[in-house]
Design a protein around this ligand. Structure first.
Ligand code: 3HC
Length: 321
């Protein structure tokens, strides 16, 4: 019986050996199509998350309780826009088209992080987002500074520097509320209750249920598994909540002396997959707001294009003269 032996492309063996030696892949390097596709998938979703992530906090810029808070929030929301543009540019180095990526998001065909489909009913939610969502993002993004694809890794270095400011300003908001009136402390606790479990879901499905992780780790796109990073986030965040005098909404949370980590309760995965499918509290609102911004921004794109075409024509005429 003739065995069909899969012919390994010698380039693929060299590619994997380079990754195994912790080498970086650059845009002009040969890469397996599947590696390129996985990166476009992850980086574009990451970019979409940054752009959609501007909405929950952007809604509070006009309502920030002080000029200092307003300035910090404006800076943070602007940073997220910049992170999105870095990441769209990193995806473009893999041949992805910016228009296609934006259209996929506008048409609701592209994924972005489930975490941004939750409402921000109080100012404490803005503190919880900075503290917990950006804290989870940092836990996930610091290892990505060592991801095997060069442009992605370099984008992450700049993003992580800005994320640490985001997390600090969020934690400061929570500290002020937790040390404020009973009403303010209650608002902070309610925000922690709303954001804790959706933040644990940010790290993706459990390792057993993650279809992409094994390959992404073999390609050193991911340096740690979803569960490893989730555990790291829990272990570093519980003491921060204790310092605030707030209670993590998980009755099963318990320090495990033997393992040197916190054991925690079951994650409500049915909620995760419902939000992933578009049935979260704010999915429709976020998509509609992104579509509206795109439509209202059409004149800026047209003007920039007209300006670029005029400059190109002028340069061509000068070169021909
Ligand atoms: N939200 C939406 N989709 C998610 C998700 C989440 N929280 N977690 C996983 N998924 C999706 C994956 O995209 C994948 O779907 P696909 O195959 O159709 O693309 C599916 O669920 C299975 O998950 P896997 O774990 O197998 O997929 P990945 O290997 O891609 O891992 C990930 C998921 C850990 C989110 C990884 O993609 C990643 O590390 N991405 C980069 C970081 C990122 O995107 N963070 C999002 C937040 S950005 C942010 O917080 C900005 C800050 O400034 C606030």
């Amino acid at each position: 019986m003739s065995e069909t032996v899969k012919q390994i492309d010698p380039r693929e063996a060299a590619f994997q050996a380079h990754l195994d030696a912790d080498g970086k892949i650059e845009p002009k390097d040969w890469m397996p199509e599947a590696y390129r596709k996985t990166l476009v998938r992850q980086i574009s979703q990451h970019a979409h998350s940054e752009i959609i992530g501007m909405q929950p906090e952007g809604n509070w810029i006009t309502r920030a309780p002080s000029l200092r808070r307003k300035v910090a929030l404006i800076a943070k929301v602007q940073d997220e826009a910049g992170h999105g543009l870095y990441l769209y540019s990193a995806a473009e180095t893999l041949g992805a088209s910016r228009d296609d990526m934006v259209d996929a998001l506008i048409e609701g065909k592209a994924k972005y992080s489930t975490i941004f489909n939750y409402p921000t009913p109080t100012w404490a939610d803005i503190g919880a987002i900075g503290w917990l969502v950006d804290g989870a993002a940092i836990t996930n993004q610091v290892p990505l500074c060592r991801t095997s694809y060069g442009p992605y890794a370099r984008a992450m270095v700049r993003v992580c520097k800005e994320e640490s400011f985001h997390q600090r300003q969020g934690y400061e908001i929570m500290l002020q509320l937790a040390r404020g009136s009973a009403e303010q402390k209650k608002m902070a606790q309610e925000a922690l209750n709303r954001w804790w479990w959706p933040c644990l879901m940010m790290f993706g499905p459990s390792d057993a249920d993650s279809p992409n992780s094994a390959q992404s780790m073999a390609w050193r796109i991911k340096r740690h598994s979803n569960d490893e990073l989730r555990q790291r986030f829990v272990d570093q965040t519980v003491p921060q909540a204790e310092f605030l005098g707030l209670t993590i909404p998980d009755p099963d949370l318990k320090w495990n002396e033997e393992k040197g980590r916190y054991d925690f309760g079951a994650i409500p995965w049915e909620e995760f997959y419902a939000v992933l499918k578009g049935n979260g509290p704010c999915n429709r609102q976020r998509a509609a707001a992104r579509r509206k911004a795109h439509e209202e921004g059409a004149w800026v794109r047209e003007a920039a294009l007209a300006h670029a075409e005029k400059r190109a024509a002028k340069a061509a005429a000068a070169a021909a003269a």
